[in-house]
Design a protein around this ligand. Structure first.
Ligand SMILES: [Zn+2]
Length: 339
């Protein structure tokens, strides 16, 4: 009988931290650690620090058989070669193949993917889509959307990530929602995108624009300083019944519902998973049912309405879980979906 791999090493490499974990086939984290990307570090220094963290993770996996290393990075990734293109958080790594670089030195397969696509795969295998007694079959089509400083997402269809020709599919935050003359500018260069209307950054900006002259708890929370307003302050003020905060969040809920209705029509998901800090704020105020109700109202058919809207189960571990899920998928799938 051949030995089956016991653990995967996962890395989630963001703009501030490189995080790594040793993850078993059930998605359980056996060890985890992180290192900061040093400010002003050169490309070689960044790669060395992250590479050392992976070496440490592999050491921590001990004598257990390692299936491989999975790495999640923001931005487009060539899934064959593991090459990064214009990674927004790590611009120095443009054109670098982490696979070519690390496979020889680490001595195991290295798989690289876009963090939002991998987050969807992580939720599919180890989070909201996980097969359980309550959910005896996996979702056919899972859409994951993270609403935090920005808005991103991914789609897993029948167990496979939907990547697009150049790995750039499902830029869910940049679907156009508002095409009016006063639509706000978006970080992508366009106007009126979902991200410019409903991200944490957008909520803080809208509050700063509207709070002046108003007697609002938002400004109170910010110590009277418009520039200190955060999206969390808007959620806190709304929870205390502040009218302006609730009006701002009405707009956010509407924009998200319109965007997610587009998602229903594009992908026909049976499971929609929402993650990120803004989602946590919406959950605190019990606003997910309102988003779902608006989606139901706008969806074009009964079959498009046949979906569940649920919060992420993995929180900020979703990128690591997704990177591990990629390794398990490439090495024959996790135990839980073995036929
Ligand atoms: Zn945009």
């Amino acid at each position: 009988m051949t030995q089956t791999p016991e653990v995967a090493v996962a890395m989630d490499w963001g703009g501030t931290w490189a995080r790594a974990a040793v993850v078993d086939r059930g998605g359980n984290f056996q060890w985890q650690s992180r290192v900061a990307n040093a400010a002003g570090a050169s490309k070689d220094q960044l790669l060395e620090v992250a590479g050392n963290l992976l070496t440490e993770a592999i050491e921590q996996s001990g004598s257990r058989w390692l299936a491989g290393v999975g790495v999640a990075v923001a931005g487009p990734v060539d899934s064959e070669t593991g090459t990064l293109f214009d990674p927004p958080n790590l611009p120095l790594l443009d054109g670098v193949s982490l696979k070519a670089l690390w496979e020889p030195s680490l001595g195991c397969p290295v798989l690289v993917g876009n963090d939002a696509n991998l987050a969807a795969l992580g939720e599919y295998q180890f989070g909201a889509g996980r097969v359980s007694r309550e959910q005896p079959v996996p979702p056919r089509t899972l859409v994951y959307m993270t609403v935090s400083t920005g808005i991103g997402g991914g789609v897993v269809d029948r167990g496979q990530m939907f990547l697009g020709a150049n790995g750039l599919a499902v830029e869910i935050g940049h679907m156009s929602i508002d095409n009016g003359d006063s639509a706000p500018a978006c970080s992508c260069g366009s106007r009126g995108c979902l991200e410019s209307l409903a991200s944490g950054t957008a909520i803080a900006r809208i509050a700063a624009e509207r709070v002046s002259g108003e007697d609002s708890r938002i400004l109170e929370q910010a110590g009277g300083k418009v520039e200190a307003i955060t999206s969390q302050m808007v959620f806190d003020a709304a929870a205390q019944g502040d009218g302006l905060a609730n009006a701002i969040l009405d707009g956010v809920v509407f924009a998200l519902a319109v965007g997610l209705t587009n998602v229903l029509h594009l992908y026909n998901p049976d499971l929609v998973v929402l993650g990120g800090g803004v989602t946590n704020g919406l959950i605190q105020l019990d606003l997910l049912p309102r988003i779902q109700a608006l989606m139901m109202e706008r969806a074009m058919s009964k079959r498009h309405r046949d979906f569940r809207l649920v919060p992420s189960q993995l929180g900020d571990a979703v990128g690591l879980a997704g990177a591990a899920a990629l390794v398990w998928q490439e090495s024959g799938g996790p135990m839980s979906v073995k036929s």
